[in-house]
Design a protein around this ligand. Sequence first.
Ligand SMILES: [Zn+2]
Ligand SMILES: [Zn+2]
Length: 122
Amino acid sequence: MNYSRQRELILETLKEYAIHPNAEELYTQVHEKDKNISKGTLYRNLNRLAEEGIIKKIDGLDTTSHFDHNIHEHYHFICTKCGRIYDIEKGETKFPKIDVQKGFQVTSSDIILKGLCQNCNK
Ligand SMILES: [Zn+2]
Ligand SMILES: [Zn+2]
């Protein structure tokens, strides 16, 4: 399988498996479709896709990086009980106003909300 086909397969799988997987979880899915894909190939492709802005890399949820095919600006909610990661649309939640120090230029924001999801909050 050539490079661009592998990249396509990884991207395709991330879209189908849209639960913000980390590289390990995504590898399990991709590997099922193509036994020849190595972890190194997957990591390289994920990082490159994220650098190019085709997918989004989310850090800070836990000790691993997670990947998101949805690159329009949104926030994430992580359930502290089941560990599922949900998309939160901007505007659904009010945040405290943040005062950024003078001289700092904000180019993007990654807000991670934590708590219990609907299922776990029953
Ligand atoms: Zn939950
Ligand atoms: Zn997301």
